[in-house]
Design a protein around this ligand. Structure first.
Ligand SMILES: N[C@@H](CCC(=O)N[C@@H](CS)C(=O)NCC(=O)O)C(=O)O
Length: 203
């Protein structure tokens, strides 16, 4: 059975948790808090010693974006990772934003506020201020980041924006982003996480 190492409040883990749940795959979660990540056993599994860490039989994979790409290729080719070269390119843009602007912007601001981690506050604020208007304008015109359906772009980008309140970012200022994260939280079977509940109407 698939094993996912993570913690309940890790947005990066939640990307994979959403994918596994929406796919309806059998899987279990291995709680891997900061102390467990420092253990020799975990370091032996994955040299970055980060979560999410994913095990599917003999196959091991780190990095939330990479795990989403693997799951899409294996279980929802085309639908989740793009049918055309154009869609694949556009999905790649958002996966890169997840690993760069979101990780270094809103996710970093949340680390400082929720986990007392020292950050370069001005840089994280500047990255956030540059990125949020871009995705807000994009989502004001459409329901999903790429195409007219959920893809791994939405799964990769959404958690740290849904958790923006925990970074002292008010989503009331970014209505299209808020409506989109609500749309994801209303999908059938959406797995809630602390700070991101299922939306009304979701099962
Ligand atoms: N690029 C990685 C980043 C993963 C990451 O930063 N994970 C955090 C928890 S959400 C972590 O393990 N932090 C502990 C550390 O970096 O030592 C991904 O997208 O999965």
């Amino acid at each position: 059975m698939i094993q996912l190492h993570g913690t309940p409040r890790s947005g990066n883990t939640h990307k994979v948790r959403m994918a596994l749940t929406f796919l309806g795959l059998p899987w279990n979660e291995q709680p891997t808090d900061a102390a467990a990540r420092k253990s020799d056993a975990f370091r032996a599994l994955t040299p970055m010693a980060q979560i999410p860490f994913f095990i599917d039989g003999d196959f091991h994979l780190r990095d939330s974006q990479a795990i989403l790409a693997y799951l899409a290729a294996r279980h929802r080719p085309g639908d989740w990772d793009g049918y055309t070269a154009e869609e694949r390119g556009e999905i790649g843009v958002w996966l890169s934003h997840a690993a760069n602007e979101i990780a270094n912007g809103p996710a970093t601001l949340r680390l400082a506020r929720q986990f007392d981690i020292l950050i370069a506050e001005a840089h994280a604020q500047a990255v956030t201020a540059r990125f949020l208007p871009v995705i807000e304008a994009h989502l004001a015109q459409r329901r999903w980041l790429v195409g007219d359906r959920l893809t791994i772009a939405d799964l990769a980008v959404s958690p740290y924006l849904a958790l923006a309140g925990e970074a002292d970012i008010d989503l009331a200022d970014w209505p299209a982003i808020g409506e989109w994260t609500d749309r994801i939280a209303a999908l059938p079977g959406f797995p809630a996480m602390p700070g991101w509940p299922a939306a009304k109407g979701a099962d």
